[in-house]
Write a protein that binds this ligand. Sequence first.
Ligand code: FE2
Length: 361
Amino acid sequence: MENPLQIKRIHHVEFFVGNARQASFFYRKAFGFSQVAYRGQETGSRDLASYVLQQGKANFVLSTPLTPAHPAAEHIKRHGDGIRDIALEVADTDLAFEQALSRGAEAAEAPHDLKDEFGVVRRAAIRTYGDTIHSLLSRRGYKGSFLPGYAEQRIEGEDAGILRIDHMVGNVELGQMNRWAEYYSKIFGFHRYISFDDKDISTEYSALMSIVMSDDSYSVKFPINEPAAGKRKSQIDEYLEAYQGAGVQHIALQVKDVLATVDKLQRNGVPFLRVPDSYYDILRDRVGELEEPLEEIKRLGILVDKDEEGYLLQIFTRPVEDRPTVFYEIIQRKGSRGFGKGNFRALFEAIELEQARRGNL
Ligand code: FE2
């Protein structure tokens, strides 16, 4: 199938946060990332400080404005801490940008060079849902530690076994899901991989709908959610209110040993959602034999789902900001390429308990 922008991979995810120095400490100490690079006043970046965190192939950039005039300040005022940029590495930035625009994308930044003594990286950006952008980076043999303007600055974290970003989910407004699925199809050449309607994803109180858009190799997957009508407020509505619009809801991090990773993250204090113990009473009947001990799965609160290709183990954190917005999924795939459809109901009931506690159900 086609790959009109010649996307190679998710290069990094950039967050705009109120205090990047403290956020980087959290991702190192709680999630086991290592800091690899930094930019700030010491490196000549006068109005933005950024910390680059890495684990496996996952790269996070945590940026904070140093003046109220920087656009990141407005982003934080409106959204709280959140994801600004899902940056994609492409073969040729100028070509990708031109293709994207001719297919209907809206420009965020025209192609330009980022330069330092280690070489040149070409950058452009297009808009996606809400205030989120996709920057398009081509590295052109760049030799520095991360990107031009960053100084190498390593602080080792205690690796927790995170391998890569499995998928990143966007929440969009009611009635907008198909528009954004269409955007990824038309501009990125992605295909509709799976969709879930409100019959798949509903509880007594609330519902949502979702379409998973994927590239041909299944290495870049962007599900898009929208709220659906229910008796009470959907968790997607709660997000849209808290984030003041569409944005990234969760990042799923793929791990090689979910039991080890979740055990470590829990000991580090990462707060996870828990489903009722009754979930585990019927688990064996629902999914059959597993390689992992059921007592350990239950102790850690991990969810399991199975399909014709295999099974997956997953668990979700609570939101990692005070606004109920961005959270994380930890996922281990054992053959399954799904998203845990069999867990939706139990999971969403657990989320609704939290919503009710916040007065948002
Ligand atoms: Fe997910």
